[in-house]
Write a protein that binds this ligand. Structure first.
Ligand SMILES: Nc1ncnc2c1ncn2[C@@H]1O[C@H](COP(=O)(O)OP(=O)(O)OP(=O)(O)O)[C@@H](O)[C@H]1O
Length: 282
C-alpha cells in the first residue's frame, strides 16, 4: 500500500554567513494514512525543517516529498499547520477566527447560501468538539493559552484537512493544560481521522500521542531510529505508568542524549572546576 506521505532522500542545506548547515540529510520516511507520527530529537536535528517541508513552507535542496503520490511544491488546503504560537487574528472573535480561513478560500461574490450553511455547521461542530462554546464570542486576548490553542486547532480543522502538521503546539502550555490538550487531540484524531505529524521536545508527549515515534539526530539532521509505540490505540493517562511506557521513554531519552553531542564530558567538567579554584591559572 502506498504511504500517504512519502519522503525520499530529502536534503536541506541552509547557508548562513558562509556556513552551510545540513538541516536534513538523506531523510527517508513513509507515513501511512490515519497514522499519528511524532518527531523527537535533540535541538537542531531538523524536526521543524522536515515538518515545514511536508507543509510546503520550505523547499528541499534535493530529494522529494509526495502526498498521495503527488510531489509537494507548496502549501495546500489538505495539509493544515498548527504552530506553538497560536497566530490568531486578534480583531476577530473565536467563532470568526475559526470561520475565517474558509471565508478566505471562496471569493465573496462566489459565496452561495449553501457555502454559508456548510461553514456555519462545521464551525458549530468544531466549537462543540473543542469545548469553545462558552467563549465563542470572546476575543483571543481574553483567552488562556490553552483556549487559544484550541481555537488554532479548530481553525486548522475547518477545511477537513487530510493531514495535520503540528509544531510543538503545546510547548508554551503548563503541564496540566498539556494533559487536557493531549486527550483532546487524541479525541479529535479518533473522530476526524487525519494523518498527524507532530513535533515535540517532550518524549512523554511523543509516546502518549504517537503510534510511531521518529527520533532524529543533529549535525547533519537525519533519522536515527523509529519506535512503534506498544500501547493500545485508546490512550489513558494511567498508561504513562506502565512498564512498556517507562521502558520506551528511558530508551528514547538515552538515545537522544547519545545523539545530541551534548553529553556531560567528565574531563571537561573537572578542568572547569580546577580553573575555578582560587589561585588557579587562568
Ligand atoms: N531559516 C534558516 N536559516 C538558517 N539555518 C536554519 C534555518 N532554519 C533552520 N536552520 C538550522 O537548521 C538546523 C535544523 O533546524 P530545525 O529548526 O529544523 O531543528 P529542530 O530540530 O526543529 O530544532 P529545535 O528542537 O531547537 O526547534 C538547525 O541547525 C538550525 O539552526
Amino acid at each position: 500500500m502506498t504511504a500517504k506521505i512519502e519522503i525520499r532522500r530529502a536534503n536541506k542545506l541552509f547557508d548562513t554567513g558562509g556556513r552551510r548547515i545540513a538541516a536534513l540529510e538523506n531523510v527517508d520516511l513513509d507515513i501511512r494514512a490515519n497514522q499519528f507520527v511524532t518527531l523527537v530529537g535533540a535541538s537542531g536535528c531538523g524536526k521543524s525543517t522536515l515538518l515545514r517541508s511536508i507543509g510546503g513552507l520550505e523547499d528541499l535542496s534535493s530529494g522529494e516529498i509526495r502526498v498521495d503520490g503527488r510531489p509537494v511544491s507548496g502549501p495546500g488546503a489538505e495539509r493544515a499547520m498548527v504552530f506553538q504560537h497560536y497566530s490568531l487574528y486578534p480583531w476577530l472573535t473565536v467563532r470568526e477566527n475559526i470561520r475565517f480561513c474558509r471565508a478566505l478560500k471562496i471569493k465573496r461574490e462566489e459565496i452561495t447560501s449553501a457555502d454559508v450553511e456548510i461553514a456555519s455547521g462545521r464551525t458549530d461542530a468544531l466549537i462543540g468538539l473543542m469545548g469553545l462554546a462558552p467563549v465563542e464570542n470572546a476575543y483571543p486576548n481574553q483567552l488562556s493559552g490553552g483556549m487559544q490553542q484550541r481555537v488554532a486547532i479548530a481553525r486548522a480543522l475547518m477545511n477537513r484537512p487530510d493531514i495535520l502538521l503540528m509544531d510543538e503546539p503545546f510547548g508554551a502550555l503548563d503541564a496540566q493544560t498539556r494533559e487536557v490538550m493531549h486527550d483532546l487531540i487524541l479525541h479529535v484524531f479518533a473522530l476526524e481521522k487525519p494523518t498527524i505529524v507532530f513535533v515535540t521536545h517532550d518524549v512523554e508527549e511523543a509516546i502518549y500521542l504517537g503510534d510511531r515515534v521518529v527520533l532524529m539526530a543533529p549535525r547533519p539532521g537525519r533519522i536515527d531510529s523509529i519506535y512503534e509505540v506498544p500501547l493500545p490505540p485508546e490512550r489513558e493517562q494511567d498508561m504513562k505508568l506502565s512498564p512498556e511506557f517507562t521502558e520506551l521513554k528511558r530508551e528514547i531519552l538515552s538515545r537522544i542524549r547519545a545523539t545530541s553531542g551534548m553529553q556531560t564530558d567528565r574531563g571537561m567538567l573537572d578542568k572547569l572546576t580546577a580553573t575555578a579554584q582560587p589561585g588557579a591559572a587562568a
